[in-house]
Design a protein around this ligand. Structure first.
Ligand code: ADP
Length: 741
């Protein structure tokens, strides 16, 4: 109400009568009406919310739910997969207190750190860990320890930090007159899609852009060509979990071709982007880009078609693929320690949090001898399935690209299946079976067509409030999804199930559970994902996982929760608790080493946060191992150091002191009833409780042979003891020997 109208009403009040003044009455009515409307709206909203909540509760038992509110460019392929799998989509997230089973983020984990349950398709920190500088640093560390195993990526320098080293190396190569004359490729650390990449042949051609760090790599000029064109492979990998480590590889991928015929780099052609770079995003702008939709033709093809072609040329493609698999596993093992550090900082083990998984895109080049060379790991590979399509000569439209769909749809679908809770998949299967049985028994809706909408409508929660844009959008989506759901009976997943059921319905011996397991088995055989680790390479690469133990040490001394850097106090505590002074490392030496390492690893700290990063800590461990734990190789020195640290930590409590309770008890026991048949080394009793010692004693007294094996196996069986984990660790090292008496 304007002030003018208020004045008018004030003037119209009849002050003679003291009955309810009109303007006031009007105001009250207005206010009451407002109140009434608001409370009705609130009641309605509450009712709707409750209804939605109970519906959602009921639904979550039957269908795998997926929150796609942050799916952005992935949304198209996601919707197709959700349709394939008959999952339930929440395009705006859930508004009740129930978390979706799967949360799909287009970019990184941090997009929604408030997820405490279910699965998220990103690992915390993966983007940074896969940046060029960080990735090749991790690989370099592994190359230092395992030079023969980590030879599948180009020699890399980190600029500006290693400018002088790079200059010296280039000079040496020139002096040696290496043939052909070496070429280098300069890439911005956080760049993508070929942005800012250029080739150089001399150090003077490097353009130091002060605001950016670069990696410079030796340019691999001897590459395998098809029809004289250079290409690289996009291999998709799914990291299902870190603990235990589970790596899957997608059997299909993409090959991206350059659009100008390849020539070895010379001064005259190093600027030809379309000849030396194979990025799709760059080459699609080339006049010679071939948009063929066939999988074995054009500038973008399927990976398997390229492998077939290599096979036709007389090469062993199984061997090529195996080498690619190995390269993938070794790369994941190299970034694993840092991933674990990030993971525990974001989702500490004792706090609720989601399970993470991630689809990664590995870019791999094949040399002329078909050796795979890793170029980079994409933490968010493009999953979009649309692109420019030439509908008529010279006319381009943005449409779904059949090739992309062929590769990415099964990848996303099987990744979703991999992360879906089994019980929900099962209950979904059961309810479909029941429906099918009902239909067969003549209880169908009679029309023979799809079931009425109310039985299979998509449950998107609508909370009616004001007519906001969001509500309108929700309704739209609901309609779309209902239409989509009408098609559900024709999906691949359903068809598979039907086919399978047809061939097994006669088999009365199989119960529902067994039938479901068979279906899963069948689906997993058709799965485009193959488990690499642990299924294939567990034993072969177990020895490479030493750095995870260093990461565990780092994590134990991080101090502040959520921190990714160890401070000077944490570093000192590490040295003290691991009893490094026993190996002659003084407190002063520890402090000097900390400052030195912090300076050395400063270039990996763009935010100028205080503290030492994991790579710096690892470098310190390598330095300590080299100085104080001499051995025939770097890896052996490091292993001895880690063993030493772990042993020291296992024998002390939180204050760094040896716990005296078990020791005292043992002394008492030892004096009173010294076991006659064997003796336990005092050091190894440090972490024993009275109970364990008594067990040990009674085991000995019952046993006639008193062999150390017997006692060890007896101890292993004692699972009740609270000290069991510590005990188990030391039992593997303990020396129980026959006493000479
Ligand atoms: P971006 O993340 O910007 O795509 P990449 O590292 O994938 O950067 O490099 C882009 C392209 O440059 C690759 O697809 C490949 O064709 C070419 N390339 C990159 N590194 C090398 C190298 N060391 N030797 C030969 N070609 C390379």
């Amino acid at each position: 109400m304007t002030s003018h109208s208020r004045d008018y009403h004030a003037r119209s009040i009849d002050f003679g009568s003291l009955k309810k003044p009109e303007p006031l009455q009007f105001k009250m009515t207005d206010f009451r009406r407002d109140l009434q409307i608001r409370s009705k709206r609130e009641q309605h909203a509450r009712k709707e919310r409750l209804r939605a909540l109970s519906e959602a509760k009921h639904l979550s038992k039957n269908a795998v739910t997926i929150d796609t509110s942050r799916g952005r460019s992935n949304i198209e392929v996601l919707r197709l997969c959700i349709k394939d799998l008959a999952f339930r989509e929440y395009p705006f997230g859930r508004r009740d207190n129930i978390t979706c089973d799967i949360h799909w983020h287009a970019c990184n984990f941090d997009e929604n750190p408030e997820v405490y349950n279910g699965a998220v398709n990103k690992f915390p920190g993966m983007g940074d860990i896969c940046s060029k500088m960080s990735l090749f640093r991790s690989l370099d560390t592994m190359r230092e320890l395992f030079p023969n195993e980590y030879d599948f990526y180009p020699h890399t320098w980190y600029l500006p930090a290693q400018y002088h080293e790079f200059a010296a190396d280039v000079r040496k190569m020139h002096e040696k007159r290496v043939k052909p004359k070496p070429t280098f490729i300069v890439k911005p650390d956080t760049g993508s899609q070929g942005d800012g990449i250029y080739l150089i042949r001399d150090i003077n051609e490097y353009n130091p852009n002060n605001s950016k760090s670069h990696v410079v790599q030796e340019y691999m000029s001897n590459v395998y060509l098809i029809n004289n064109y250079k290409f690289d492979l996009r291999v998709y990998v799914v990291l299902k979990s870190l603990e235990p480590l589970q790596i899957y590889i997608c059997k299909e991928g993409l090959a991206r071709f350059s659009t100008v015929q390849y020539e070895t780099p010379t001064k005259g052609n190093i600027h030809e982007t379309f000849m030396h770079l194979t990025n799709y995003s760059l080459n699609k702008r080339s006049a010679t880009f071939n948009r063929s939709e066939r999988e074995d033709d054009g500038s973008k093809r399927t990976l398997t078609s390229v492998l077939r072609r290599i096979g036709i040329n007389g090469h062993d493609t199984d061997k090529v693929w195996k080498n690619i698999e190995k390269c993938v596993c070794k790369t994941v093992i190299a970034i694993l320690p840092e991933l674990k550090v990030e993971y525990q900082a974001t989702i500490p083990p004792n706090k609720p949090g989601p399970r993470c998984f991630q689809i990664l895109g590995f870019d791999i080049l094949l040399l002329d001898n078909l050796k795979p060379i890793l170029l980079e790991v994409n933490s968010s590979p493009s999953l979009s399935i649309d692109g420019e399509v030439e509908t008529s000569p010279g006319v381009f439209e943005y449409m779904t690209c059949a090739l992309d769909e062929m590769v990415k749809r099964p990848l996303v679908r099987d990744s979703l299946l991999l992360m879906s809770p089994l019980n929900k998949l099962k209950s979904g299967f059961m309810s479909k079976r029941r429906k099918r049985k009902r239909k067969k028994g003549g209880h169908s809706n009679g029309s023979g067509g799809p079931e009425p909408l109310q039985h299979q409508r998509t449950h998107i929660l609508i909370i009616k409030a004001d007519e906001s844009d969001e509500e309108k959008r929700e309704v739209d989506v609901t309609q779309q999804m209902s239409e989509l759901n009408n098609e559900l009976d024709f999906t691949r997943f359903d068809k598979d199930e039907d086919e399978f059921l047809d061939s097994h319905t006669e088999d009365e011996n199989l119960n529902d559970d067994e039938k479901f397991m068979k279906i899963l088995e069948k689906l997993s055989k058709e799965n485009c994902l193959k488990q690499l680790y642990p299924a294939v390479y567990d034993e072969a690469f177990e020895h490479l996982r030493i750095l995870e133990r260093v990461a565990n040490l780092f994590i134990s001394f991080l101090g502040v929760r959520g921190s990714l850097r160890i401070g000077p106090t944490g570093f000192r505590t590490f040295a003290r608790k691991c009893r490094l002074s026993r190996r002659g490392i003084t407190n002063a030496a520890v402090d000097i080493m900390y400052i030195d390492m912090q300076r050395r690893w400063d270039h990996m700290n763009p935010d100028r946060t205080s503290g030492l990063c994991f790579q710096g800590f690892l470098d310190s461990c390598l330095e300590i191992a080299r100085r104080k734990f001499p051995g025939p190789s770097k890896i052996e020195m490091l292993e001895t150091l880690v063993d030493f640290c772990e042993n020291s930590l296992n024998h002390q409590d939180d204050d760094g002191k040896i716990p005296n309770l078990p020791k005292l008890h043992f002394r008492r026991l030892g004096l009173a009833y010294r076991p006659s048949g064997f003796q336990v080394y005092r050091k190894s009793t440090d972490c024993m409780t009275e109970e364990t010692v008594q067990d040990l004693y009674s085991a000995e007294s019952r046993s006639t042979h008193n062999s150390s094996d017997e006692i060890e196996s007896f101890l292993r069986q004692r699972r009740k003891n609270a000290y069991q984990p510590t005990l188990m660790r030391y039992v593997s090292r303990v020396s129980l020997v026959q006493s000479p008496e």
